[in-house]
Design a protein around this ligand. Structure first.
Ligand code: FAD
Ligand code: NAP
Length: 313
């Protein structure tokens, strides 16, 4: 039986693996269905991780040494997809996609989240080359330039506000004329002079060339008028999907407490409502959705696993 099964090998899972193995646990396996590294490996540059400030290094370069460090201390990696985590008696069953079952004393689920795509023409092709889902990460690349933001929820409006401090102009495009975001946020954003609210409008296509995004084609759904906006970047904020499927029972209910968005409810020690089950990173409630915080959660959860196992003896 494993001391700890870690599901997901992004910043949270890798850090959990590092702390668990360096903390003395002998039998720790990280199940990561792809190459370890997580979402950040799709980023063209990372410049907000403290201590790492090498211009031009990609997210892939950045994560490269993390796995090497973990494996050095004894973390095992199985490149397998987990279908389900369940608890029977006092231990966990990790059911893999292949049907194989692995037993573990504890589990840390770090399966992250996936920013939703809007399904626009050109969106996938230009993702990472002008199409972004992270203003904190990529906003600076558009310093003193105009950008577009898509969405009418709290994330879109809050991120538009963040971008308005960096970019010359923020064109917020929303398909309706009322916003899903909280009224106070809407009022705040309306007062910002360099944010243009373009409502009742959809993006028909993201335009680009080999260098990246050059603009967007818009359609006003009330008048059917088509227009083009020249921008080098578009931020898509149409919601996030938390990767929580592994925590579902066969009937679709969750094995632990989650909120309305499917984010797992945890305390400050990353403990879920199920004894011995921890989560870390983007999957948890109130996650700042940053590498540094995901790594912090991973460390906290692994330290808690060590204490939990010690208390069981
Ligand atoms: P993730 O990174 O999402 O990792 C989860 C891992 O779990 C994935 O590798 C996935 O393959 C695996 N997994 C999922 N389900 C299963 C399963 N069933 N079985 C096995 N494995 C599974 N943050 C910053 O701090 N700075 C930045 O500059 C920055 N730039 C970004 C740029 C982009 C384009 C994106 C998309 C995000 C960026 N972020 C940035 C956000 C940051 O990447 C995330 O907050 C962080 O990666 C979350 O870490 P995590 O470990 O919780 O989850
Ligand atoms: P969200 O509330 O689901 O909003 C998504 C927005 O994107 C909506 O305005 C939606 O339009 C639009 N949209 C969805 N699919 C689209 C598509 N294909 N094309 C164009 N537009 C599309 O997501 P979110 O803003 O990420 O927020 C998620 C949750 O976190 C919410 O509960 C939110 O309140 C919360 N949150 C809270 C705070 C805060 O409290 N400070 C901050 C951020 C997020 P419609 O409105 O027309 O459906």
């Amino acid at each position: 039986m494993l001391d700890c099964a870690i599901i997901g090998g992004g910043p949270a899972g890798l850090t959990a693996g590092l702390y668990a193995t360096r903390g003395g646990l002998k039998n720790v396996t990280m199940f990561e269905m792809g190459m370890p590294g997580g979402q950040i490996t799709s980023s063209s540059e990372i410049e907000n991780y403290p201590g790492f400030f090498e211009h031009g290094k990609t997210g892939m370069d950045f994560m490269d040494t993390w796995q090497e460090q973990c494996f050095h201390f004894g973390l095992k990696h199985e490149m397998k997809k987990v279908d389900r985590v369940s608890k029977i008696d006092n231990h966990f069953i990790i059911t893999l996609e292949s049907g194989e079952e692995v037993k573990a004393k504890t589990a840390i689920v770090c399966t992250g989240s996936t920013p939703r795509r809007a399904g626009l023409k050109g969106e996938d092709e230009l993702f990472g080359r002008g199409v972004s889902t992270c203003a904190t990460c990529d906003g600076f690349f558009y310093k003193n330039k105009p950008v577009a933001v898509l969405g009418g929820g709290d994330t879109a409006l809050e991120e538009a506000h963040y971008l308005s401090n960096i970019c010359s102009e923020v064109n917020l495009i929303h398909r309706r004329d009322s916003f899903r975001a909280s009224p106070s946020t809407v009022e705040r954003v309306k007062k910002i002079p360099n944010i243009n609210l373009i409502t009742n409008t959809v993006v028909e296509e993201i335009l680009g060339d080999t260098m990246g995004v050059t603009g967007i084609k818009l359609k006003n759904i009330k008048t059917d008028e088509i227009s083009e906006l020249e921008v080098p970047g578009i931020f898509v904020f149409v919601g996030h999907n938390v990767n929580n499927d592994v925590l579902k029972n066969e009937d679709g209910s969750f094995i632990c407490e989650v909120n309305e968005q499917g984010q797992v409810v945890v305390d400050l020690n990353m403990r879920t409502s199920v004894d011995g089950l921890f989560v870390a990173g983007d999957i948890r409630i109130d996650a700042p959705k940053q590498v540094v915080s995901a790594a912090g959660d991973g460390a906290v959860s692994a330290l808690q696993v060590i204490s939990y196992i010690q208390e069981q003896v």
